[in-house]
Design a protein around this ligand. Structure first.
Ligand code: PEP
Ligand code: MN
Length: 355
């Protein structure tokens, strides 16, 4: 199979699909998933060989022997193969084993020294590399990593949107923060942008909605973790799906993404997905606000303080009203909205104080 220098073509109707397990575990597992993904819409097979685990003592990847299994995947299925690299040794091992696509993980993107080491190891080798967004919400860090690779001669870098570590409780493992990929796309409309709903969701239930929003926002493709027996996976068990579930999900997404009769309908759909995305963010923010209000309630209870502090609330309302005016929002609407948000916080603090 010849060397891959560019991305497989992708269109709105046929986005680029990367799938495979979070981690390569055994040769049997790697081959079984690959054979089920052969001759489907999946064009690149992923498997983590060196795993960046947040806490020590967890499965840290099968190491170099897994690269031989990926070579076998290439030979037997014709799928291109991809894995994560975090240092120069990983890069060298991958190049030695004919890995087609490399990706830089979110924790690595956050470290310019590590990214530079990878870029240096790739000097003179033009291979497609995908850069995951850093774990912190910094678009420049993401762009910076892409630029370091380009300076080393990588002519086809791509980006993967995998969300941001949440500060407080969140329904997502990593908050999508859709404004990040949109900002990246605005600055670099020329590069491939893939969404990774698996690491955003952290569970199977939220996967489809995230994937749909990503395609609605015109991303070029999806990376979805796929395992032969997800519940028994050695890493990220809760978010992996079987190849069969993946194919069902892709078919549903395709049906939703049919070319529309008129341009106007397509535009309307785009605007609707922006509204969906904004509403999702509003709900996330409301949930975060309620959580902070509960913490404040607990503090007030411990210190015997009154729940309702009229002066502070009057001050906030004035601030909201002037901010609303500066953004061309109807002041009365904003005051009403905040009064009802505030009422809900007071109710929940009252409930706490009765406990
Ligand atoms: C992965 O893709 O398995 C992975 C470790 O992802 P991230 O770098 O996004 O955490
Ligand atoms: Mn994973």
């Amino acid at each position: 199979m010849e060397k891959m220098t560019t991305w497989p073509t992708n269109t709105k109707e046929q986005p680029l699909i990367i799938a495979g397990p979070c981690s390569a575990e055994t040769e049997e597992q790697v081959m079984a998933v690959a054979h089920q993904l052969k001759a489907t819409d999946v064009s690149i097979y992923r498997a983590g060989i060196w795993k960046p685990r947040t806490r020590p003592g967890l499965f840290e990847g099968i190491g170099t022997q897994g690269l031989v299994w990926l070579q076998r995947v290439k030979e037997e299925t014709g799928l291109r193969v991809a894995t994560e690299v975090a240092n120069k040794d990983h890069v060298q091992e991958c190049l030695k084993h004919g890995i087609d696509v490399l990706w830089i993980g979110a924790r690595t993107t956050a470290n310019p020294f590590a990214v530079q080491e990878i870029a240096d190891a790739l000097q003179g080798v033009d291979i497609p590399v995908l850069v995951k967004n850093p774990v912190n919400p910094d678009v420049n860090l993401w762009l910076g990593a892409i630029e370091r690779l380009e300076k080393a001669g990588i002519s086809n870098p791509g980006a993967i949107h995998r969300g941001i570590s949440p500060l407080g409780k969140s329904i997502y493992r990593n908050n999508p923060e859709w404004q990040m990929p949109l900002a990246l796309k605005a600055q670099r409309p020329d590069i491939l942008l893939i969404n990774d709903p698996s690491h955003i969701a952290g569970n199977r239930q939220l996967l489809a909605g995230i994937a749909e929003t990503a395609l609605g926002l015109d991303m070029d493709g999806l990376m979805i973790e796929t395992h032969i027996n997800p519940d028994a996976a050695w890493s990220d068990a809760a978010q992996q799906i079987t190849p069969k579930t993946l194919l069902g999900l892709l078919a549903k997404l395709k049906a939703k993404n049919q070319p529309t009769d008129t341009l106007a309908m397509a535009d309307l759909n785009n605007m609707r997905s922006s509204i969906d995305y904004i509403d999702e963010q509003l709900i996330d923010l409301l949930s975060y606000r309620m959580q902070v209000a509960t913490e404040i309630g607990q503090y007030k209870k411990r210190h015997g303080m009154a729940i309702m502090q009229e002066e502070r609330w009057a001050e906030l309302l004035t601030k909201h009203a002037s901010q609303a005016a500066s953004r061309n929002l109807n002041g009365e609407f904003v005051t009403q909205l905040f009064n009802s948000i505030h009422q809900e916080s007071v109710n929940s603090q009252n409930q706490l104080s009765r406990k």
